[in-house]
Design a binder for this molecule. Structure first.
Ligand code: INS
Length: 542
């Protein structure tokens, strides 16, 4: 085999063994655990889909420098606090609305068309913002971008997750998080480069149109996911995509057949169950049937125990990802650093974005080895250390509460030591966040069975944006009302609550096929069972 051919095929261990879940069902499916590396095709698809993550990161990251550069370009006076709040929060609000809606659309249109729709919205929103002459125009532009970010943030991990061979799913989905955090770094750098140019902010926001337009063109060559294709009765196409993803070879063909069988079985079981549930006087016209299906999807998400557990876990993780306060730093770290007396707050806050990106790389490297659950249980305590140190350090920095609103640097800062301690504490916190909480919640789609996967992921994403909106809205008032010490102490308590919830209800999904995860949550949270299986799998492959 040539090197290129070798690289394009996911290599397999010769000692194939069988999936324990399949065996427990009396079947002898070939285990994907024998695959040792992802092929070139799945890498290319992951990178192409990841461009949407880049835009998500860019568009959320660029706002902090945009706000300080607009000056009087949009009205006769500089932006008021209300203008700034509306411009910032409109994006999360519309992302919150878009994610459940596109969750429904992704089932009917397919995953790829939703990425396409997001691209159109990204381009439209970017150009609208770049050309607008009023504050309200800017708010509308940010809202369009919000619709795009909301759709992309849930559909991209879903798309990658449904295409990936299970041993690499964690790592490949984490590539989307790498693109998000990378996009935020680029946004900070672009913001810094254009901040001294007259009307430079128009370039900052307008540049987002470029990657979206490129991705729009590339998408024509990208396939739909095999899981969606099977659900839409395109089995041949699904097989073709799976063969491209897994590569050639006899043993690979067996694996592909096993995956096809598993997904088909899941689709058939769900169709039978849906027929059993159908009302005898169910609507016959097309729209009525579609609405009944959507209704049935929502009902199944809540009524079926396994689905409900999946929804609780996914929403819990997404809620905590935001409520632990990370985006307060993303949006306001420059404000904090200027308050505690740093000379170049924008450059200092770049260190936050860079740490976030660098430690997402650590997650990428270790998530499929360490496991989702374990990586969270190890990394949340690091966040707790960073946050509590931050809270303690703020005790020694005197920031009069009215200055939080006016954003004036503190004059009587107690020496240069404590601001540096705050910076180091924040870096520790961000590192802990990026290793676990920043990316594990985006593995959400693997928790849901195919029938409610898109809807469930859409609702969990909406929880993310709802909590993001809340944090953006409450951070500055909390710094004033609760003081910085109290604000960071509150985030510490939230992280501790998060650790206990994860420990109690989040099973280890690492290495399981998408269809196996469903089995895990059927009769309980499956924590002990999953941890035991993960240990056994590790022994079997080592
Ligand atoms: O996973 C991402 C990432 O951690 C980003 O840095 C953060 O801004 C987003 O809110 C989050 O969803």
């Amino acid at each position: 085999m040539t090197d290129a051919a070798a690289a394009s095929e996911p290599l397999i261990h010769s000692h194939g063994h069988h999936s324990d879940y399949a065996e427990s069902n009396g079947e002898a499916d070939v285990d994907e655990g024998t695959l040792v590396r992802p092929g070139v095709f799945i890498w290319v698809l992951t990178f192409c889909a990841g461009v949407s993550g880049l835009l998500f990161g860019y568009d959320t990251g660029v706002i902090s420098s945009t706000l300080v550069s607009i000056g009087t370009d949009l009205s006769a006076h500089p932006l008021s606090t209300l203008d700034k709040s509306l411009i910032t929060s409109s994006t999360s609000l519309f992302a919150l609305i878009a994610s459940p809606l596109t969750g429904v659309l992704a089932d009917h249109w397919g995953r790829k068309r939703v990425i396409l729709l997001a691209d159109v919205l990204f381009v439209g929103g970017a150009l609208w913002q770049a050309l607008t002459a009023t504050v309200w125009g800017m708010i509308i532009g940010r809202s369009i971008v919000g619709l795009a970010v909301g759709s992309a943030s849930f559909v991209v991990p879903l798309y990658i997750s449904e295409l990936s061979p299970s041993p690499f799913r964690g790592r490949l989905v984490t590539v989307a998080s790498l693109f998000i955090t990378g996009g935020q770094v680029v946004a900070y750098i672009v913001g810094w480069l254009f901040s001294t140019h007259a009307h430079g902010w128009r370039w900052m926001v307008g540049l987002g149109a470029l990657p979206a337009a490129i991705q729009f063109l590339i998408l024509g060559f990208m396939p739909e996911t095999p899981r969606w294709l099977i659900k839409a009765s395109h089995k041949d196409q699904a097989k073709r995509v799976l063969l491209q993803v897994y590569g050639g070879g006899d043993e690979i063909k067996n694996i592909v057949d096993a995956v096809l069988r598993r997904v088909e079985r899941e689709v058939l079981e769900e169709e039978e169950a849906a027929r059993g549930r159908a009302h005898p006087e169910a609507p016959k016209h097309e729209l009525g049937v579609k609405l009944a299906k959507i209704n049935d999807g929502f009902a199944q998400l809540i009524a079926v125990d396994g689905n409900r557990r999946a929804l609780i876990i996914a929403c819990m993780l997404q809620g905590f990802q935001q409520l632990c306060g990370f985006n307060s730093l993303m949006y306001f770290s420059a404000t904090i650093f200027s308050l505690v007396g740093f000379r170049s707050p924008t450059l200092t806050s770049l260190s936050i974005a860079l740490t976030n990106f660098a430690f997402t790389l650590v997650a990428f490297h270790s998530i499929d080895r360490v496991g989702r659950r374990r990586i969270l249980l190890y990394s949340i305590p690091i966040m707790v250390i960073g946050l509590s140190l931050c809270s303690v350090a703020f005790n020694f920095v005197n920031i009069p509460s009215h200055e939080v609103a006016t954003n004036n640097p503190a004059e009587n800062v107690a020496g240069a030591v404590w601001p540096v301690v705050i910076l180091v504490a924040m870096i520790i916190y961000v590192a802990g966040y990026a290793i676990g909480m920043g990316n594990v919640p985006w593995q959400q789609s693997e928790l849901f069975p195919l029938s409610v996967r898109s809807l469930g992921s859409g609702l969990a994403t909406a929880t993310n944006w709802g909590s993001n909106f809340l944090i953006g809205l409450t951070f500055l008032p909390m710094m004033e009302g609760l003081t910085p010490v109290g604000t960071f102490a509150l985030y510490t308590v939230i992280c501790i609550a998060c650790w206990f919830t994860v420990w109690r209800i989040y099973p280890e999904t690492c290495g399981l096929s998408l269809e196996e995860v469903g089995g895990l949550l059927k009769d309980g949270w499956g924590v002990q069972d999953s941890v035991r299986r993960a240990r056994e799998r590790k022994h079997a492959t080592s």
